[in-house]
Design a protein around this ligand. Structure first.
Ligand SMILES: [Mn+2]
Length: 392
């Protein structure tokens, strides 16, 4: 018998689908949140037959369970962990651990792509075109390579994953991968997915108008109430408000917080840890503890939402040495411009003492301290006309 403990997202379930293709009824698959994995490992060690071969994919155990697994492995040699998260790299020291973030060619790995290679090279699974295509879509979605490659199909696969239950998704995919030469959606799914993508876009746009900014500990945080689409939402908000260290998404009904960052200098698993949660460097979660409720909900309840930058400007654009105009809620005007190799800010025409080595640093300062946004062209032109008039 085999048992697979995997993550409950698309990449984790991709592993489950491969396991069932390879081992059919000889594998038991359990999907877990980052938080519930350790309970499942303890259950396995206490209750499952010692002959059962254990796979863990897309997730990693805590220190205590790492020790327990190591002593179990010393006796039975039947554990294999396969992961691609930086935070799990230390598990490569274990004989049962295999963690690869990217291969020699710099191609990012996902748990599904690593598990596929493992199953094929151990002859548990025959590779097919359809399975390889499916695995590649999962990999691109999970590593966000789909965005760079504009691979909408990878995104659609994740949308489909959320449209149905995990059981249904598994069944559908197994059936399809067994019977088709190529991996594709049918006509009905394509129409449904188009509608779903539009819906996600509208949802994200609404959340862009609801997000508030707060300083919590040493971090500037974007806070938003959201029950769904956390990956997309965290990524979009992170890019739109790139001056924020991370995005916190509050699910009040579930009493949960999800943390996401697009930055390398922030580790949101650490942030989640302060509230008893955990996860990965760029994605993590915790319970909405009383302390978290105070910091993220009570203390921020009366804050005004952030204002997104004007889009489609032709004149008031970023990173021009001539200067870029911003505004805040108090109607202060900020002009960010370059002079003598440095970037400077004028607040209501008065120069601030701080100067910056790059445009990005100057803008970050403006947004963090004043919650300012890039104004529309009309406003910018008006500002310039007034400047000229005054000089006459
Ligand atoms: Mn993954």
């Amino acid at each position: 018998m085999y048992k697979l403990l995997s993550h409950n997202d698309l990449d984790g379930v991709g592993c489950g689908i491969l396991a069932k293709l390879a081992f059919d009824k000889d594998v038991k698959v359990r999907y877990n949140s980052i938080a519930s994995l350790n309970r499942e490992i303890e259950y396995f060690l206490e209750n499952d037959s010692p002959d059962t071969f254990l796979f863990i994919t897309d997730l990693s155990p805590n220190e205590e369970n790492e020790k327990r697994l190591t002593s179990h492995y010393a006796e039975h040699e039947n554990i294999q962990l396969i992961d691609h998260h930086k935070t799990a790299l230390h598990l490569n020291e274990q004989d049962w651990g295999y963690v690869l973030v990217e291969d020699e060619d710099g191609k990012l790995a996902s748990a599904t792509s690593l598990f596929y290679e493992y199953l094929v090279s151990n002859k548990y699974l025959n590779p097919t075109k359809a399975i390889s295509e499916f695995v590649e879509l999962v990999r691109q979605y999970d590593t966000w390579e789909w965005e760079k490659n504009e691979n909408q199909k990878a995104h659609s696969l994740n949308s489909l994953f959320f449209l149905v239950s995990i059981d249904e998704f598994e069944e559908m995919m197994i059936e399809r991968l067994k019977s088709s030469d190529h991996f594709d959606f049918d006509e009905f799914e394509k129409r449904l997915l188009n509608m779903e993508e539009d819906k996600i876009e509208r949802y994200i746009n609404r959340k862009k108008r609801e997000i508030v900014q707060a300083k919590i500990g040493k971090h500037y945080v974007g806070i938003v109430y959201a029950e769904s689409y956390h990956s997309e939402l965290g990524n979009e908000l992170g890019k739109e408000f790139a001056h924020l260290d991370y995005i916190a998404m509050l699910s009040l009904g579930g009493k949960r917080i999800s943390f996401r960052t697009i930055h390398d200098h922030v580790d949101v698993s650490e942030v989640a840890g302060t509230y008893g949660g955990g996860g990965h460097q760029k994605a993590s979660g915790s319970s909405l503890t009383e302390k978290a409720f105070k910091q993220f909900v009570t203390d921020t309840f009366n804050l005004e939402p952030l204002h997104a930058d004007a889009k489609r400007n032709r004149y008031n654009i970023k990173e021009t040495s001539f200067g870029t105009l911003y505004q805040n809620r108090r109607d202060d005007l900020f002009f960010l411009y370059q002079k003598n190799g440095k970037w400077h800010i004028k607040q209501n025409k008065k120069k601030l003492s701080d100067s910056f080595i790059s445009f990005a640093e100057g803008e970050k300062f403006l947004k963090r301290n004043f919650e300012a946004w890039l104004v529309k062209d009309e406003f910018f032109v008006e500002y310039l006309i007034n400047e000229v008039k005054k000089k006459e």
